[in-house]
Design a protein around this ligand. Sequence first.
Ligand code: NAD
Length: 495
Amino acid sequence: MQHVPADLPKRIQHFIDGEFVDSLDGDTFEVLDPVSNTAYLEASSGKRADVDRAVTAARKAFDDGPWPGMLPRERARVLNKIADIVETRNERLAELETFDTGLPITQALGQAKRAAENFRFFADLVVAQADDTYKVPGKQVNYVNRKPKGVAGLITPWNTPFMLESWKLAPALASGCTVVLKPAEFTPLSAGLWPEIFREAGVPDGVFNIVNGFGEEAGDALVKHEDVQLISFTGESATGQQIFANAAPTLKALSMELGGKSPAVVFADADLDAAIDSTVFGVFSLNGERCTAGSRVLVERGIYDEFVRRYVERANNVRVGDPHDPATEVGALVHPEHHEKVTRYIELGKTEATLAAGGERPEGLESGNYVQPTVFIDVPPTARIFQEEIFGPVVAITPFDSDEEAVRLANDTKYGLAAYVWTSNLERAHNVGQRIDAGMVWLNSHNVRDLRTPFGGVKASGLGHEGGYRSLDFYSDQQAMHISLAPVHTPKFGA
Ligand code: NAD
């Protein structure tokens, strides 16, 4: 029996200027749950006019409201309240997120906690924020006057939606921006919790607005709106390219967190038990729908056979099933369209490499967007399953013979988001890690984040880094103020 959360809403509306509203044309779209694939929710489908209404409210709150001018401590207090409320609603949040996305409940709970932590972190950071001052002795003092940029357009994907929304909302609001959020159309349910949370925490009307809808309509209108000063986007690289072009006429600041095909490099001198735990978790957690998934595992030839044997054994044991069951390790993929995409890649993989585990629908799960954790071995770097982001529980394993080859293979895709290096040789760990083209590298670890560090990718994985103060920099302008301390020498033109 599928678990259906109590009091599930039947409708999700936009939230504009402190009110829940329908689309101006009344249009809606259906939202499916990934276990039964039936529509359980109607969400308002935003168009240009709805986005315009939300941006106008955000603009007014920015120009006339208290939010941008409040002391950092005052805004931080509100952000901490948001974190408190999110924490008290963890269980409900995770329950809804799991129902809407198919993520295993234990992992959805972890993501809900991270969402609260994002608010707490940026609350602390904005209070501690210091800006540059410079002195030219006897002549000048210069300082930075930091100002929020204006109306922030936030566009988010369907994997861990609530957490990824918090990753943008927290620094944008901490900086004093007002926002319009466009959540992913596959998964609008948990975003529907933000309005009540923000209201309760004391966020003034108009500071936070949501417009639901499709990327090509609501998202596109936000990107092209001339009163939106910046877009923070997380999603596919191809969408990022399109947004980049569409934002050009209005010259917006852009932060792009895009796709990945991240390598996990395992050397023969690695702690093999730890490396196997980590590389299995690294690609199968969050259903493999994870931007930083270590979806290419490169293994040194000397341990290749043993690694593959043990890896396959573990993959075959991963528990796929009902996302609401706390014992489940891999749940259901978000949407039938995405399930079809992942399945197509698995069929392609069977023609490109050797299938060593999975590759089918799991037994006993005849409906729902389930796939077996799938392992391909001896995958040539020319294979599409080596090169392209699959975004599901599918891993490509490839042997290598030297440090040089490991680095070459690691860098042999268009992406550059994350990388993982496993070795007990400290020099090698640093040298190999530093040579990999990736925005983030973990040595002897899976993806464990310190929120102060830069987050983002290189190459096709993104543009610009958020994380820590970099996020606050993105959401604010740093105006240079110059003060003369002595009469200034001015050439006397026309004297
Ligand atoms: P997507 O690009 O299809 O959609 C992301 C968001 O963009 C959605 O809200 C969508 O409605 C909107 N959108 C689509 N077309 C648009 C357009 N023309 N203009 C404006 N908005 C538009 O991505 P997805 O399938 O929802 O998410 C999965 C992708 O996100 C994967 O590639 C994954 O790697 C990436 N991702 C990256 C990170 C990161 O931090 N680098 C984190 C999570 C996910």
